[in-house]
Design a protein around this ligand. Sequence first.
Ligand SMILES: Cc1ncc(COP(=O)(O)O)c(C=O)c1O
Length: 425
Amino acid sequence: MGTPALHETISKSFDIAWVREQFPSLQLQVNGQPAAFLDGPAGTQVPRQVMDAVQKYFLEANANTYGAFLTSRRTNEMVSAARAAMADLFNCAPDEVVFGQNMTTITLGLSRAIGRELQPGDEILLTMLDHDANFSPWKALEEKGVVIRKVEIRESDCTLDLDDLKSKLNSKTRLVAVGYASNAVGSINPVAKITNLAHAAGAMCFIDAVHYAPHGPMDVKALDCDFLVCSPYKFFGPHMGTLYGKKHLLEKFKPYKVRPAADAVPECWETGTQVQELIAGVHAAVEYIAELGRRCDPSATDRRSALLAAYRSTVAYERALVTRLIEGLLAIPGLRFFGITDPERFAERCSTVSFRLAKGTPTDAATFLGDRGIFTWDGNFYALNLTECLGVEQHGGVLRVGLVHYNTTAEVDRLLAAVRDFAFS
Ligand SMILES: Cc1ncc(COP(=O)(O)O)c(C=O)c1O
């Protein structure tokens, strides 16, 4: 590997031993080998703090909201505290945070509510890089006469074609829905610039930050986006989704809801009884990231500063890991890599990589690796437009390796050795 000094510097400043101690499930063994969780893009492992918070909720606060007794009051307080924690993660006000089942369900609800206000001939701009959860819910509005336009990708590096995006924005565009980072190939989109372009055309901007959230800091104020969604189970929390919406927009659009449920923002967007115990877990996931930040930078005292400090460290740590991974993969004869490979451009990607091998299908490779305790994913990961554009959809898609901050250099090396074994056995 060409950058040993960089790896050493990063590992010294990042307490990977402490990080791994927080995640009990990382101890799992498969066929006598330690499990290597390289499946983060489909859902990360959770730290003990999250498990403890869920258990504590069940023990001390389990009730529905707005009752006149102790556990219900505790539930209200817990939800408010979790909203405040998510507000620090998004950099918004707590009443701009909506909880939901997952990103897909939230986006389907929001797209229907926005669709109520659209007229035939209004346009929505989508991308060929996005997960289908940021495509189909908007495309469904075609049944109301809405025109869907699609931004193409540059196949050479799997990034969005911004010229194409600009050429498809016009005075009829009402919304641009774009991913912050690709869950299939790791490209990070220039979402601040895209939000600006959307606003200049008079359109709203909806950002799918599900894949980005474990890899980088979100700042909805700086982005000035209108909506942003992410799913806590991708950033070390439980299986849920969360939405940020500008308050005046959460008030303007009307969600489909039942009559007795709250009319006030943000609760009017939270359909039915929420999974309260998991909301407690979301709060704990944010606190875990903040705790990591305080360890990396003891001068970071308030929660938002601590969260930013955590991301400063994990971005650098993951960059070193992915640099090593990509160098190793590119040295494997016959491997077809999808996405950015130039280290000078690694600020435009996160630590999720996809490729195909000359031998076997992605499922064959994932099974071979899985039997050796190395967890990767094969297929399209619902980034269906992308695998179709790349011509691999009919051939099993791609093999995806996702690194997060609890992964190690040793795991990267083990993966590379196993991929070579598979390719040449
Ligand atoms: C980029 C991206 N967007 C959206 C989704 C859908 O999220 P959820 O499972 O919370 O509906 C995923 C899930 O993998 C994703 O990776």
